[in-house]
Design a protein around this ligand. Structure first.
Ligand code: MV4
Length: 447
């Protein structure tokens, strides 16, 4: 096992990784920018080292500063968390060249599943359902038009290197498609350094269902069932839950098994999430693979009892996954509310600043993953998420009741947070029914 892990991240996920390391008797080094110098989680790490000023490109995205920090502190591994450098194959490779273990997939496995065109190839071979569309990247317009005529409009152009909604164009007819292929290629090249685009059938109404997987370095991979993350706004998830409500279990079982097969076929080690859209007939289509630990991993931990962050560290150290697929059982229901320092009544305007009043909820089945407290100043430099409230209940109804109760206790001020929005959503009849689609929240906020 590692002696020392450097955490190349900040905020709640830095706190989460420190907690996992401490329970594994691993020392931690936490890097921080000057904007985070007073963050409380730095006191939980064995060492904290400043890597630069507030802007991410000068600190949390600066590979040479992070590698230097690992070298001077004798860290034998780096956990990238989510965001920042977590999905950069180049970073995984530099770590390997420097003989520092990257806690996540090899650059090769990241290359296979992080690229959407490649991931679709592996998916097809592993029996994971995908949208009909082009075989690989599109070379010229005529090819796109031919495929679109075959599969029918609407179609969507996506960048192989895109993700999280970036670099997508919906085309409802041939003229629009012809006008957009070249633009999409140019844009993709400028934004991602890779101009490859592909097209596939566009699905109007859908739910976002994703499967948590984990692989080890011995060729084993298992799934930890699914999450529903349909409650989102502008590609930012707002509520996640597990299991997915009102999904036929036989169907999801097959999808989850295929997801595990996919990561196994790529010789992938570490945590990964296979994202799907599910249509109103409960047909599944893979979107992409996220090659990192995700924000919403706790809902899966709550229903399975598996510590995903610990597992990510253990498999990176060369240990085998200590579970058989059959042993991964679902217990009850979990819901996560992402709490952001934003004023949702003013178009989700960021609300950074000093937290003077902080009262966290507690009690049976309530988990808070957060790095903030009274006296903490939310810096304006980063993502506005200040924590996650995760609740567990025997069933979905109990989990919703518990979330409502916990949100009622929760006080943060004077900065604005999305706590009142969540309280309202827990009371929403459509949410309570289960199975809102990916456009629901934006529609509801407008109306
Ligand atoms: C789609 C789609 C409909 N049809 N692909 C958006 C983010 C990226 N992960 C993929 N996305 C979508 N891909 C096809 N073929 C609709 C979306 C989409 C979406 C997906 C998941 C969650 C929220 C979304 C919001 C708008 C569009």
């Amino acid at each position: 096992m590692f002696k020392r892990v450097l955490i190349a991240n900040r905020g709640e996920i830095a706190q989460r990784i420190i907690r996992a390391c401490r329970e594994l008797d691993i020392e931690t080094v936490c890097v921080y920018s000057t904007a985070d110098k007073d963050a409380p989680y730095l006191r939980d790490a064995d060492e904290a080292i400043c890597i630069g000023p507030g802007p991410s490109k000068d600190s949390y995205l600066n590979i040479s500063r992070i590698i230097s920090a690992a070298e001077v502190t004798n860290a034998d591994a780096i956990h990238p968390g989510y965001g920042f450098l977590s999905e950069r194959a180049e970073f995984s490779e530099i770590c390997r060249d420097c003989k520092i273990e990257f806690i996540g997939p090899s650059p090769e496995a990241m290359g296979k599943l992080g690229d959407k065109v490649e991931a679709k190839r592996y998916a097809k071979a592993a029996g994971v359902p995908v949208f009909p569309g082009s075989e690989g990247a599109i070379e010229e317009i005529e090819e796109a038009v031919e495929v679109a005529n075959e599969i029918g409009y609407p179609v969507i152009i996506k960048a192989a290197a895109g993700g999280g909604g970036r670099g997508m164009r919906i085309c409802r007819n041939e003229a629009t498609l012809r006008a957009n292929v070249g633009k999409a290629q140019q844009e993709a090249l400028a934004a991602f350094g890779n101009g490859a685009v592909f097209i596939e059938k566009f699905l109007e109404h859908a739910r976002h269902v994703e499967v948590q997987t984990i692989g080890d370095k011995h060729g084993n991979a298992i799934h930890l069932w699914e999450r529903d993350c349909s409650m989102q706004r502008r590609h930012q998830k707002v509520i996640e839950e597990a299991p997915g409500p009102n999904i036929e279990r036989k169907k999801i079982e097959k999808i989850c098994e295929s997801a595990a097969k996919l990561v196994k076929s790529a010789q992938y080690s570490g945590a990964a999430t296979v994202e799907f859209l599910m249509d109103d007939k409960q047909n599944f289509y893979m979107l992409e693979v996220n090659t990192r630990v995700q924000v919403e991993h706790p809902v899966t931990e709550m229903i399975t009892g598996v510590d995903i962050v610990k597992m990510s560290i253990m498999v990176a150290a060369g240990e085998k996954i200590p579970y058989k697929q059959k042993e991964i059982k679902v217990h009850g229901h979990a819901i996560e509310c992402r709490i952001c320092a934003e004023d949702h009544t003013k178009d989700f305007r960021p609300s950074a600043g000093l937290i003077e009043n902080y009262r966290a909820p507690g009690g049976l089945g309530v988990r808070m993953d957060s790095h903030v407290c009274a006296g903490y100043r939310v810096p304006p430099n980063y993502d506005s998420m200040i924590g996650k409230l995760i609740v567990w209940g025997e069933d979905r109804e109990a989990a919703i009741k518990r979330a409502s109760r916990a949100l009622h206790e929760f006080e943060v001020g004077p900065i604005k947070t999305t706590i009142p929005l969540h309280a309202e959503l827990m009371n929403n009849t459509d949410f309570k029914k289960g199975g809102v689609d990916i456009h629901y929240l934006e529609r509801w906020l407008k109306g």
